[in-house]
Design a protein around this ligand. Structure first.
Ligand SMILES: [Ca+2]
Ligand SMILES: [Ca+2]
Length: 157
C-alpha cells in the first residue's frame, strides 16, 4: 500500500454535496474516497459519486434489515433495547444453537456485553434505534452475527 498518490483530493463542495446525499460524514467520505482511489487510481470524482450511490442502495437495504432486527430485539416496543431484552434473545439463540449441537465458545452474557460495548454509543445502557442501525451499518461483523442462520432461525422462527 506504499505511495498512494494524493488520496484525499475531494474538494469541499463535493464533500458537502455527498454528505447531503449520502448522510455520511466528511471523514467517512474521505475514507471511502481513499478506498475508491486504491481500487481505481484513475477514477474521477464523478466515478466516485456513482460508487457512493451504489454503496447507498446496499446501505439502504442494510438499514432496513437492521431496523427489522431492532424490532425483534425490542420486545416491549418502547423503541429502545435494554440489556434484559438482548439477554433474553441471546439465551434463546444460544439454547437453540446448543439444541442443534452447535458449539459456542462465548456465553450469552459475554455476547450481550459486547453488543452494548459496540452499540450503546452514549453509554446509557439502552440501545436506541439510531444507535443500533448506525452501529450495524458501521460494523459489518455485527450484521454477520445477526445474519447467522442460527440467529435468524431463532429470531424469525
Ligand atoms: Ca425495549
Ligand atoms: Ca444508548
Amino acid at each position: 500500500m506504499a505511495n498512494r498518490a494524493a488520496p484525499n483530493e475531494l474538494d469541499a463542495e463535493t464533500i458537502g454535496f455527498l454528505m447531503e446525499a449520502s448522510r455520511l460524514s466528511a471523514d467517512e467520505l474521505r475514507l471511502r474516497y481513499a478506498e475508491f482511489k486504491e481500487m481505481q487510481p484513475e477514477g474521477r470524482t464523478s466515478d466516485f459519486m456513482a460508487f457512493i450511490a451504489r454503496g447507498q442502495s446496499s446501505n439502504a437495504r442494510l438499514r432496513k434489515q437492521a431496523q427489522q432486527f431492532f424490532d425483534l430485539f425490542d420486545s416491549n416496543h418502547d423503541r429502545s433495547i435494554s440489556k434484559d431484552e438482548v439477554l433474553c434473545v441471546m439465551h434463546t439463540v444460544f439454547q437453540t444453537a446448543r439444541d442443534r449441537g452447535v458449539q459456542l465458545n462465548k456465553s450469552p452474557e459475554a455476547v450481550c456485553d459486547e453488543f452494548f460495548k459496540k452499540l450503546d454509543a452514549d453509554g446509557n445502557s439502552e440501545i436506541s434505534e439510531d444507535e443500533f442501525v448506525q452501529g450495524v451499518l458501521t460494523d459489518p461483523d455485527l450484521l454477520k452475527i445477526l445474519q447467522n442462520p442460527e440467529v435468524m432461525n431463532t429470531l424469525m422462527g
